[in-house]
Each structure stands twice: as C-alpha cells, then as structure tokens.
Design a protein around this ligand. Sequence first.
Ligand code: TYD
Ligand code: MG
Length: 454
Amino acid sequence: MAKVKTTFFCQNCGSQYAKWQGQCTACKEWNTIVEEVIQKPEKSDWKISSSNSSQKRASKPLTINAIDASEDARLDTIDKEFNRVLGGGVVPGSLILLGGEPGIGKSTLLLQIALKLQYKTLYVSGEESQKQIKMRAERIQANNDTCYILTETKTQNIFKQIEDLKPDIVVIDSIQTLHSDYIESSSGSISQIKECTTELIKFAKETATPVILIGHITKDGNIAGPKILEHMVDTVLQFEGDRNHVFRILRANKNRFGSTNEIGIYEMQGSGLREVSNPSEILISKKDEELSGNAVAATLEGLRPLMIEVQALVSTAVYGTPQRSATGFNAKRLNMLLAVLEKRAGFRLGTKDVFLNITGGITVDDPAIDLAVVAAILSSNEDEALQKDYCFAAEVGLSGEIRPVQRVEQRILEAEKLGFSTIFVSKYNTISLKNTGIKIQLISKIEDLVSFIT
Ligand code: TYD
Ligand code: MG
C-alpha cells in the first residue's frame, strides 16, 4: 500500500503547511490548522478531451482586436432574474458558485432552472436521492426531457458520466459533498474542496461547459471551505432572505462577466420560486385606511428601485431605560436619527420606546431610507397618519440637514409609476426631470419635513 501522506491546512484561508503550528502565518488566525490525509496522484484526472491538451492549446499572445469573443454567446437560462444577476446569461466555460444558508432554496432554484433549460443539463446531487429530487420536481411542477439527474459524489464517476452524456451545462449540489479519489481526507475538508473545484475548473475551461456549484455557508455567513474557493470560481452568487418570509434575494458578490450591482428577487411559494419582476407592488401593503407610523421609502437595491414600507411605533417608556429595536434597519443608525430629532427638531424622544420595522423581511442598507424612517417616527409620535401617497428618498445628516442620494431620478420615476403624488427629496439633489406627474418636494432641513407633515 502506498504510504499515507498528510499535510496541514488552515481552515480559514487554505494555506498549506508541512507541520502543525498554532497560528497560521498567512492569515494570522489561531487554532485553524488541521491535519488532512492527501495522496497526490501522478496524473490529474480530468482528461477527457486529451491528456496533452496543454500542448495542443499552447496559447500565443494576441492583440486585443485579434481576439475573437463572438463564440462566447451566453446561455439563456429562461429565468429572467437569474440572467440579470449573471449579466445576461451563463458564460460558457464559467464556474458559478451559489452560496446560501441551509433551507433558503438553493437546490430548489437550481433544479427549477435546470428543468426550464432548453439545453442538455446534468444535475448532480450528493445530498438527495433521485426519488427525492423527483418529488421536488413534482412540487415545483416543472418537467422536461433534457435534464438528467445523477446522484453521485465521486468526481471521477461524475466525469465518466459527463463523457457519455456530453451535457451543455452541469449543476453540482453541493461542492461540500464531492470527493476525489486522489485525496484521502473526508468530503467537505479543505483539501477535498480544493481538489474537486480544481478538477471541475479544468473540465469547464477545456470543454467550455459552464458548471454551477452549490456551496454551504458557515455560521458567520461565509462560504464553507477555503477562501480561495471564491477566488477560483468566476462568479459568486449569494442567495439570501429571511427564512420566515417569502422573499429571497439573489446577489452577485463577485462576477467576472458582469456587474455586481444587479439583484434578482424571488418569492418562495408552495410550488417553488416565483420570479418577482415588480417587487415594489408586493412590498407596499395596499391599505385603504391611513395608519400612523407608516412611511414609504424609495430605495435602491443594487440598481433596482424598490419602494419599501417603514413602520415605526413610538410609545411612552415603561421602564427606566427606553427600548430601541430595529428590524431590517441598523439599530445604531436608528439611535443616531433619534438623537438628531431630539436635538435639531426638539422632539423629546429620550423617554419613549421606539420600535422600527421594515416590512417584507428585508434588510436595507441604503441611506436614502433615513427620511422615511424619520417621517414614520414623527407620524407615530404625533399619532397622525401621513398622507398615503407621500414617499421619501433622502439621507439625514447629523446636523439635521437633508442630504442628497444617488440616482434620485430613478427613484422619482419608480414612485411616479406606482402612483405616489409627492416625493420628498433633498434640495441639493440635481434633478433634470421635467413634466413629471409626481410632485417633487425639495427640503433642506429636518424642520422643513416637520412643517410639511404635522
Ligand atoms: P431547499 O432548496 O432544499 O434549500 P437549500 O438547498 O438551500 O438547503 O429549500 C428548502 C425549503 O424551501 C424548504 O424549507 C421548503 C421550501 N420549499 C417551498 O416552500 N416550496 C417549494 O416548492 C419547495 C420545493 C421548497
Ligand atoms: Mg439543498
């Protein structure tokens, strides 16, 4: 039997060491180095096209104009949201990593896409049996004759099947369940993940077949496995959302072939994920009566305008220290806005409990939501409803000034489209829109807002 070879890997950054040490010299983390059994083969595995492909394809330098990029037509995934996030479809030969919390819907999303594709697709699952996948497919009511399901975890066997089937696109659920014969450590270990990804990259680049990998994420939200996994692939997508709510957001954290500003929005239904092409209409509850403490913000998620409802509740504090709680909004920012209201506009909120909630279970980082937060708090404090067709898009500064926000025109147009009558924005925004059906109310100080809405 061959001698068992072991190496030490840092679980955090993937650096390799000949012997154990307490601290990783590369990333400076302590106690992250573990021993893993490896057995490097003499030859690497992916060699379908030819073992001497490197000689055949020895590349020559070319001027940028001489390079032909036309054959890189992207594969249309039919799913509009997925296409948008990728920058217009899947690039042949690219490796896409989709990460997300357990149960968020990664397998559902990719199975759904695989079953919609017009191309020959191989869906490899190391997590579920073929029967379970069939049950899921029945649930999402999708069906076609071009998607093949394989339950396998050994890369060598997967490549054998690929050689027979010659698929146009490969989906792997998930990278953590794969293992290669050439490495002896268990599936999910750093060395296995690295080796399997390397084999898949080689396969993808040599055959121009795109591969989509599902990756688990760790407790602190990073994709499990070495950080270099994210460097190795072309695109890193993140599927996120609150599991108790129906909305799911797909973001690109890295994209070699497109912008990372685009997002895709889905709604999880009993029968799979539905693409949400007009999210604003769902996020704003259409109530007839006007309620105090509600305000609508015109925010941007990536490049997409999104109208979001903010709810605030201000009540007299029963305990000595007033409570402040924010869902979907940064609690520190809430405290700051309360301090601004207290100091600049004279509201005595220091003795009040303040609760803030962004409806729909989404989290907003866009500073343009500030003004709506302030308006909702004032409205709840006075117990007087804001006019239903008002909306807000501006940042609030420490001295109570209303600051301009980016892409304000896009927000105004979205608000107009949804039938709002007035939008409050900063006086310092340059707006060249003319003849809008919506009134653009320019304000410069928090006092201006107070005089308008109370
Ligand atoms: P899944 O795709 O298995 O999550 P992941 O692969 O990210 O771990 O999604 C599982 C969740 O989605 C599960 O809690 C049930 C829910 N679900 C629906 O609500 N509707 C559906 O049609 C399907 C297939 C799943
Ligand atoms: Mg899954």
